[in-house]
Design a protein. Sequence first.
Length: 528
Amino acid sequence: MAEHGHERERAGRERGPHVRVAVIGSGFGGLGAAVRLRREGITDFVVLERAGSVGGTWRDNDYPGCACDVPSHLYSFSFAPNPDWPRAFSGQEHIRAYLEHVADVFRLRPHIRFDSEVTMMRWDGERLCWDIETSGGRLSADVVVSATGPLSDPKIPTEAELPGLGSFPGKVFHSARWDHGYDLRGKRVAMIGTGASAIQIVPAIQPEVDRLTLFQRTPPWVLPRVDRGISGVERWLHRQLPLTAQARRGLLWGIRELQVQAFTKRPEVLGVVERVAKRHLARVVDDPDLRARLTPDYRIGCKRILLSNTYYPALTRPNVDVVASGLAKVDGSTLVAADGSTAEVDAIVFGTGFHVTDMPIADRVVGADGRTLAEAWADGGMRSLRGASAAGFPNWMTIIGPNTGLGNSSMILMIESQLAYMADFVRQLDVLGGRVALDARPAAVAAWNERVQRRMERTIWNTGGCTSWYLDANGRNTTIWPGTTAEFRGATRRVELSEYEVLRVARPRTESEERSMKTDTVKVEAGA
Ligand code: NAP
């Protein structure tokens, strides 16, 4: 018996420290989770961050021209208003600075383990906790909150998708991994893609490159961007009378809540918006041939609507070529499009998006039956209960999980709803007491997804005649929330215990196990 006790203690030491909650990622989702946990009085948690600083996608995406196309007063935490946003639509550097500020003001830094990339986590059904391996060491946690975000792992075409890429002699990088050490001045550059990232990069680099060749597989719908600086008077007012900032946020939110009805229920009214976008294109692009190439043949809103006043003008400049075809292969330094057009270039910038519906973290989560989350989702795509919990993955939840994305409003609203759900989840575990875990019932997950997919049928994302990263390999929309943010808030206010199976330890932990978990527990002082 004593020998077994020693073995268990040794195993406990090898597993590393134990925490109540492990949050993965320190972008908006992860920092928000940390703030919320502290507000709930929980201090026994860590935030595992693979990089050396906070900010998530707003740290990684520092390409020239990077900015947010959602107004900052809405694209920020309701519990951490910033009266000093300099512009209606802030640049990346301001958003990143905001997140650094949140980490400081809410005293989150003692919780953050930088350079700790999660390489694997396994559910231990006996101890009812997660064993987590990271590049910075091991640990275990009662609850895992995965806030890795959908836009974190860049998608670059593989050699099979893009033959010859490996032998390209020039520079290659992705929009989210910008190589600031590489001087684009005077270079012949290929921009691949026409998504939200590419349309910001193109006007930012066009003036300095020798030639810019844009490989456009699908033209985006682009609306004018009504941006402006926020005046000193407004900022003063927002500082002195926080209600004015709240009113501003409320207005921005309300307009988008109304707009979403067109995306979800009445796509036909979006014809008006298509006319505005076409006028915007016609006003800037005189050349009928270029205009034809830039005119989408699917409904507006089907892909994310892009906002820019500088994209179309950049495309009319003499050093820019728009190839209306996707990049199909690379032959030395010659890029060959699907329609046979070629361009000789020095550098390729991939604005080809992210692994969203095949999120890499899903390969690193091993659930109760020994399958990874990716394997569990292989048949039928990503699905969860209320965008958070997956069946067979007890005490694991994700922030910005399946079908929580938005096409027209601020993701921070959705994140905050999920934080409320997370807080109630942890609360429910407390109320149940003892060594306990909650596992989403497969029937509840199925019912939730049926409801979501039924509502999805009429939406512009499914009916607009396009492909997009909203749809998975089977054409199923597993990313977008087909409703208002208020509806999602209502659906995530509380954890319905009837939707979960309550798991309790079959074998009570021995005293020595409890002791080793307690002594190893990472303690972060409440006032730290
Ligand atoms: P994206 O929207 O997924 O766009 C990827 C682009 O790459 C698409 O235009 C795609 O064409 C194109 N592509 C892929 N393979 C290609 C090939 N072989 N040849 C030519 N084109 C190819 O990625 P993203 O622009 O990085 O944006 C992702 C998301 O990040 C956005 O939707 C948005 O949610 C977010 N974002 C937001 C902001 C903001 O202002 N808030 C800014 C940047 C990004 P197809 O369209 O034909 O598939």
